[in-house]
Design a protein around this ligand. Structure first.
Ligand SMILES: C[S@@+](CC[C@H](N)C(=O)[O-])C[C@H]1O[C@@H](n2cnc3c(N)ncnc32)[C@H](O)[C@@H]1O
Length: 318
């Protein structure tokens, strides 16, 4: 489905699609699953390092556990399947540990091939004072083989200059673009938490936003959807081994894929189940994929220099 198609805010989901939420430890649950079932495994793993005193050892210990889980994930991944591993930085006492750098060699050593290191760029976040503020995380997209599912047409985005033509060569004068739009590239601009940005038609939705749950690090459904649409087919199976409140499951079901999510926390699994139920009933409001990101016009009150700061400028205190 190209992004320029208008989508309903409250999508409906067929009863035939399966959504399974498993409460338990990822490794234990994975060991019971059949091999080669999933065309896509997408997740944002926990960053539970730094709990122990020694940082270096704790990263190693953390990665060792993760490596065991990744081994099982590869077993349950289909031959044409993909793994999308969404991570940011782990920061300890001001020192930054980019987790994708640590993870890359684990996947590579287990025989997977990297197809893209996607930069997920977002406009909002914490303001750092002793380094530049972080405004991106990454998604490592690996495949199990060279013959992998990739439906580029499903995720094309509107081209900036659709009327552009070849200006030389044998195709001179012919249109150079694709009528379905352009390749979205490996830099994705997806809002982190749109309820915090007030992007919706209803003003001041903020914390009342239906996509918001009690989970501290939920990722946007839209991020999942692009991977689901490009890397699986309708009816495929999608897995999230650290499913949190089920954003992956929602993104898969909404696009006619079956999904399984595992999380060790009972509370998060309950939220997942309730979100799935709402989705099935057509009551879960979801930001439509590809909806343009809000850009302030400059006329909004918050986009103007406040009076107090203007005064500072005048008195030379700035
Ligand atoms: C970064 S969050 C994922 C959030 C998810 N992407 C969402 O949008 O809701 C990581 C999740 O992994 C779960 N988790 C951590 N260790 C686990 C384990 N060994 N087995 C299963 N789940 C685990 C945590 O409870 C947490 O919800």
């Amino acid at each position: 489905m190209p992004n320029n198609i208008k989508e309903p805010l409250f999508p409906f989901v067929s009863d035939e699609l399966i959504a399974d939420v498993i409460q338990g430890d990822a490794l234990d649950a994975l060991k019971k699953m059949e091999r080669s079932k999933f065309d896509l495994i997408i997740t944002s793993p926990p960053y539970n390092i730094g709990k122990s005193y020694e940082v270096k050892t704790s990263i190693e210990a953390y990665l060792k556990t993760q490596q065991e889980i990744i081994g099982e994930l590869i077993r349950v991944l289909s031959d044409r399947g993909s793994i999308c591993w969404q991570v940011g930085n782990y920061v300890n006492k001001g020192e930054v540990f980019p987790l994708d750098i640590y993870y890359y060699s684990i996947f590579k050593n287990l025989g997977l091939k990297l197809r893209n290191r996607i930069i997920w760029h977002f406009g909002h976040g914490l303001h750092a004072s002793k380094r530049f503020s972080g405004r991106y995380e990454t998604i490592l997209w690996f495949t199990k083989s060279d013959d992998y599912i990739f439906n580029l047409d499903s995720v094309r985005i509107p081209s900036k200059y659709p009327g552009k033509r070849h200006f030389k060569g044998p195709n001179k004068g012919k249109l150079s673009g694709n009528p379905l739009g352009k390749n979205p590239s490996d830099i994705w601009e997806v809002v982190v938490r749109d309820w915090e940005e007030g992007l919706w038609d209803i003003p001041n939705v903020k914390s009342n936003h239906p996509e918001k749950t009690g989970h501290p690090c939920q990722y946007p459904i839209e991020l999942v959807e692009r991977c689901v649409l490009a890397l699986t087919d309708e009816g495929s199976w999608v897995l999230d081994p650290f499913a949190g409140v089920g954003s992956t499951i929602i993104g898969a079901l909404k696009n006619k894929r079956n999904a399984v999510g595992i999380d060790k926390e009972k509370e998060y699994c309950a939220i997942s189940r309730s979100r799935i139920e709402k989705l099935r009933e057509g009551q879960l409001k979801i930001r439509p994929i590809g909806k343009p990101i809000h850009k302030p016009s400059g006329r909004e009150k918050v986009a103007k220099t406040p009076e107090e700061w203007r005064q500072l400028k005048l008195t030379g205190l700035e």
